[in-house]
Design a protein around this ligand. Structure first.
Ligand code: NAP
Length: 267
C-alpha cells in the first residue's frame, strides 16, 4: 500500500496534546505517515484546537492547497469538523473518500505606502483601523465610485466564511459560505452633524474592489489586521481590498450543514 502523509498542526492546550497522541496512533495504524511539515506527499492537514488554531495553521503554511480538517478541543469550533471522540469514524470516512471539499476564498488587501506595496490575505477578514485613542477618517470608494468619508474606529471587510466571526459581533450579517461576496461592516461609525458614515454593512459582488484612502492630515496611524494579525503603518496612501485568487479547502463530512452549525453555535 502507498504510504501517504498527513500533517498535524496543534495548539499547546493539554487536551489538544492528548488528542494529538491518540490521533497519531490511529493514523499510523491506518497506514498513514504523520508529519509536522507540509511535504509534497501530504494529503491532508489536520488542525487540533479551535478556529484560531486553524487560522494560525493556514497563515503559517501560507494558505496551503492541501485539504484541511479541524478537530475541536473545547473552543467555539466553527471551522472545526470533528470532535475528539469521532477520530476513528473520521479516519474511515477519509480513507473511503466519503467527504466533500468546501472552498474558502480569501480576501486580500494591497496596502500602498509612499514607496512600497504590501499584500495581506485573510480567511475571515481584513480590518482597517486608526490608532486606539482617536477616530479615523477614511475616504471609501467602491470600484471607481467615491462613496463617503467614513469616520469612526474603522471598517471590517469580511468573507462569507468570516461573516460569523468579528463581523457578526459588529452587527454584520451571517452569510451562507456558498455565496461568494465581500461584506464591508463599519466599526463604531460616527453619525453627528460633524460626521456622516454608513451604519449598516455593504455587500459587494466578487468582482468589485473597495478602495480606502486614509486622511492622514491629523492622525497618521493606520492598522491593517488580517485574521487577528496586526500590521501598523504611518504613511498609507491607499488600500485596495478585494477577493483573492487564493482558495483554501475545508474537508466536510456528510453530517455538515452550515445553518445547523449556526444554530448550535450561536442560538
Ligand atoms: P480570538 O480573539 O482569540 O478568538 C475569537 C473568537 O472567534 C474565537 O472564539 C474563535 O473560535 C472565533 N472564530 C474565529 N473564526 C471564526 C469564524 N469564521 N466563525 C465564527 N467564529 C470564529 O482570536 P483568534 O482565535 O486568533 O481568531 C481570530 C479571529 O478573531 C479574527 O479573524 C476575528 O474574526 C476574531 N475576532 C473577533 C472579535 C470580536 O468578535 N469582537 C474581536 C477580534 C477578533 P475558537 O474559540 O474556536 O478559536
Amino acid at each position: 500500500m502507498d504510504k501517504r502523509s498527513i500533517a498535524i498542526y496543534t495548539n499547546e492546550d493539554r487536551y489538544s496534546e492528548e488528542t494529538t497522541s491518540n490521533l497519531i496512533a490511529k493514523l499510523e495504524a491506518a497506514g498513514y505517515a504523520v508529519t509536522r511539515e507540509l511535504t509534497e506527499d501530504v494529503v491532508l492537514l489536520i488542525c487540533i484546537g479551535g478556529d484560531g488554531t486553524t487560522l494560525r495553521a493556514i497563515h503559517s503554511y501560507d494558505f496551503p492547497e492541501v485539504p484541511i480538517v479541524g478537530i475541536n478541543t473545547g473552543h467555539l469550533g466553527f471551522f472545526q469538523e470533528i470532535r475528539p471522540d469521532q477520530v476513528e469514524d473520521f479516519i474511515e470516512d477519509f480513507k473511503a473518500g466519503r467527504y466533500t471539499l468546501q472552498p474558502i476564498t480569501a480576501v486580500q488587501a494591497e496596502v500602498e505606502t509612499a514607496d512600497e506595496r504590501f499584500l495581506y490575505k485573510g480567511i475571515n477578514e481584513i480590518v482597517v483601523r486608526g490608532s486606539n485613542a482617536y477616530s479615523t477618517h477614511l475616504n471609501i470608494s467602491i470600484g471607481d465610485s467615491f462613496i463617503e468619508k467614513f469616520s469612526g474606529d474603522g471598517v471590517l471587510i469580511a468573507t462569507s466564511t468570516g461573516s460569523t466571526a468579528y463581523n457578526y459581533s459588529l452587527g454584520g450579517s451571517i452569510v451562507d459560505p456558498r455565496l461568494k461576496l465581500l461584506q464591508a461592516t463599519p466599526i463604531a461609525p460616527m453619525n453627528t452633524t460633524a460626521y456622516r458614515s454608513f451604519t449598516s454593512s455593504i455587500l459587494l459582488p466578487p468582482d468589485l474592489e473597495l478602495v480606502i484612502e486614509p486622511e492622514n492630515e491629523r492622525h497618521h496611524e493606520t492598522r491593517i489586521i488580517n485574521d487577528g494579525n496586526e500590521h501598523m503603518f504611518i504613511d498609507v496612501k491607499r488600500i485596495r481590498v478585494e477577493l483573492s485568487d487564493t482558495v483554501t479547502k475545508l474537508v466536510r463530512f456528510e453530517s455538515y450543514d452550515f445553518w445547523n452549525k449556526v444554530k448550535t453555535k450561536f442560538l
